[in-house]
Design a protein around this ligand. Structure first.
Ligand code: NDP
Length: 258
């Protein structure tokens, strides 16, 4: 980062001046990106579950589902922690208000809204309803994990047997783009899986309030915006090859819809 540039103080405050502030070897941004927020989110969820036990004697099925789904998501993110090293947050953005507030306050307190809602608004959930929601979360997780792993494996080692047979197109940079497998279904299959899970986390809260749907609505807007930013970067990086990919795989996130 060039510290001789005058900069815009508001922008600098929001995005941050320093890309990787460190204390010795300790990288503050890398540490804060997942650990405090995600672990805090799970702890808050568990606190809500315990509150339910205190109030009503046992945790409800809806609370157990919300806690289990989100615990799975957090465990998956921490297990695959090194994947954040290639994200925009780590590569482009500084450690300013956006990431500090986002990682440490926004994630644990807004992502845990469903469990907090269930403490105040208990929901009766039928076994059939629970089965449908579990299936939805399972399908979402499967698409999310398999598509992310497929791309990560392809970027790490394109000759690996699990990805070697997939159809690809060449780009001027020397890197290739997948046009079959998950990345041939839509241009962001990982976002599709993430959004199906987000919906499954809200459904146990019933349909009486909008609040538990905050996450899925916010996340849809965030991912549509993120997808557009990523497309811009990919078009700049890959030029004509990206246009060919877009013609081959016309839908961005939702097959036949968007
Ligand atoms: P992605 O994992 O979607 O990566 C996008 C990059 O993948 C592109 O820039 C390009 O980079 C590469 N790529 C795109 N298309 C292809 C293709 N056809 N073949 C090969 N490579 C391709 O980026 P994100 O960081 O946005 O998402 C990672 C995960 O994190 C997602 O599952 C997302 O849902 C999740 N997420 C969750 C959030 C939350 O708050 N819960 C917030 C943000 C993300 P290159 O070619 O340079 O490799």
């Amino acid at each position: 980062m060039d510290y001789s540039l005058p900069g815009n103080p508001l922008y600098d405050f929001f995005i941050g001046r320093e890309l990787n502030p460190r204390i010795g070897n300790f990288d503050l941004k890398y540490f804060c990106e997942l650990r405090p927020g995600l672990i805090g989110w799970v702890v808050i969820n568990l606190g809500m579950l315990m509150k339910e036990v205190e109030l009503r004697g046992s945790p409800s099925l809806a609370m157990i589902l919300v806690n289990s789904f989100q615990l799975l998501y957090v465990a998956d993110a921490l297990w695959n922690e090194e994947a954040v090293l290639t994200t925009m947050d780590i590569v482009h953005d500084g450690f300013g208000f956006m990431l500090v507030f986002g990682d440490l306050a926004w994630v644990p307190f807004t992502y845990g809204l469903q469990a907090a809602f269930l403490v105040v608004h208990p929901q009766a959930l039928s076994s059939l309803g629970a089965a449908v929601i579990i299936a939805l979360n399972g399908i979402g997780y499967y698409i999310f994990r398999r598509s992310n792993s497929q791309k990560n494996q392809f970027r790490r080692d394109p000759t690996h047997p699990s990805v070697a047979r997939l159809e690809t197109i060449a780009t001027a940079t020397g890197k290739r783009l997948l046009v079959s497998g998950w990345w041939g279904l839509v241009r962001h299959p990982n976002y599709l899986g993430d959004l199906l899970m987000a919906l499954a986390w809200s459904l146990p809260c019933g349909f009486s309030h909008l609040l538990p749907y905050f996450y899925v609505i916010y996340f849809t807007v965030l991912l549509i915006h993120r997808e557009a930013r990523d497309e811009r970067q990919c078009r700049a990086k890959y030029g004509l090859a990206w246009d060919t990919y877009c013609r081959r795989v016309p839908y961005r996130i939702f097959p036949y819809i968007y």
